[in-house]
Design a protein around this ligand. Structure first.
Ligand code: DP6
Length: 338
């Protein structure tokens, strides 16, 4: 099914360019993104089709750089995957997932690849790198095979690796369409054509240990066992529209409020899952209270959270001094200036 999808997306260009691109190294890089209205739940796990649309902002300076080449030796019967300069074992979870994804792109069953991935995401940020990872890998494959795909097709392919990767092809704001079709060809992300240079994201690290439940597993359990989840797709799509309009209007209060509410609603469905999924640590809740206190004092700051205990703070550049004073260990990212 995935193979058929890939064929539909890349058409015949891969075959046409195969000889011309032989021996070449493909490279690509992509930013990390943070969803302001979240993706949580799949309507089709094989094609990574979401139950709702989502909207994100990419983080400048944080992301993944990937290089890929074919392994020519007949003796080489596996892919060679390395992460930040370290060769990974074949049974390493990251390497396995990459190889599985590469299965969709092998010219023959005997084609293996060498993949070198560099994440500039500081471990301190506690950010998932699968989004930037699969976006960068798809860009590297596009380069290796000389497909020349447009952003829509690249986003469709990245989605197959990890849903949130569909949004990592873009700098700035991006919107991932839920799509309606069973073939998955209408579920891709697009850049939102706006500049908002005052918009800042701050990373508040609570705990950087690996999450106990992956997003993939967590959302599956939520869809299967959480009665509250029924309300989620509609609310999520509505939040996405509200945030889209707020971005166009540069209406920060509406954006912040809606993004925070959206994240807390997602976490409410996680908590109401069985077995419960609680990504929060006591310090996460403490930070939330601190943010709410700051808001009472007139500081326009909001937060969002993903499948982990860390908070991402949303604010405008004018509030930077107040934020730095309140959170000593925060890492503030400058927005994309374009
Ligand atoms: C909470 O994209 O990591 O960060 O499609 O199974 O790889 P898979 O899941 P993934 O889920 C991200 C979930 C989230 C919300 C979001 O980024 O929209």
């Amino acid at each position: 099914i995935q193979q058929k999808f890939v064929h539909q997306v890349i058409g015949h260009s891969a075959t046409n360019n195969r000889l011309a691109s032989k021996n070449k190294i493909g490279s690509g890089s992509a930013p990390v993104n943070i969803a302001l209205s979240k993706y949580w739940g799949k309507r089709d796990a094989t094609l990574n089709l979401p139950t709702n649309g989502s909207l994100s902002i990419s983080l400048p300076g944080l992301g993944t750089k990937t290089q890929i080449e074919r392994l020519e030796s007949q003796n080489q019967q596996t892919d060679l995957v390395s992460l930040n300069g370290q060769r990974l074992d074949q049974d390493n979870a990251f390497a396995k997932r990459v190889s599985q994804f590469l299965n969709y792109f092998r010219e023959t069953p005997q084609t293996f690849f060498k993949v070198d991935t560099e994440n500039s995401v500081p471990t301190a940020a506690g950010l998932a790198s699968s989004a930037s990872g699969y976006a960068a890998l798809v860009l590297a494959l596009n380069d290796l095979f000389a497909w020349n795909l447009d952003n829509k097709s690249l986003s469709l392919l990245a989605r197959l690796g990890s849903g949130s990767a569909s949004r990592s092809l873009f700098n700035g704001f991006a919107l991932w369409h839920q799509g309606q079709q069973a073939d998955g060809l209408d579920s891709y992300a697009e850049a939102i054509d706006t500049t908002w240079p005052e918009f800042c994201v701050g990373l508040l690290e609570i705990d950087v240990k690996q999450k106990p439940v992956s997003s993939t597993q967590g959302m599956q359990n939520t869809v299967e066992t959480c009665a509250l989840y029924q309300a989620w797709p509609q609310q999520a799509n509505q939040d996405m529209q509200t945030i889209l309009q707020a971005i166009k209007d540069h209406d920060f209060a509406t954006l912040g409020k809606t993004a925070e509410h959206n994240a807390l609603t997602m976490h409410a469905t996680m908590i109401a899952t069985w077995p419960p999924i609680v990504y929060w640590q006591p310090e996460s809740v403490e930070a939330m209270h601190k943010i709410w206190r700051l808001r009472e004092q007139g500081v326009a700051v909001y937060f969002t959270m993903d499948a982990g205990p860390n908070l991402k703070l949303l604010f405008l550049e004018t509030e930077k001094p107040a934020i730095l004073q309140a959170f000593k260990q925060i890492k503030i990212l400058e927005p994309f200036k374009s």
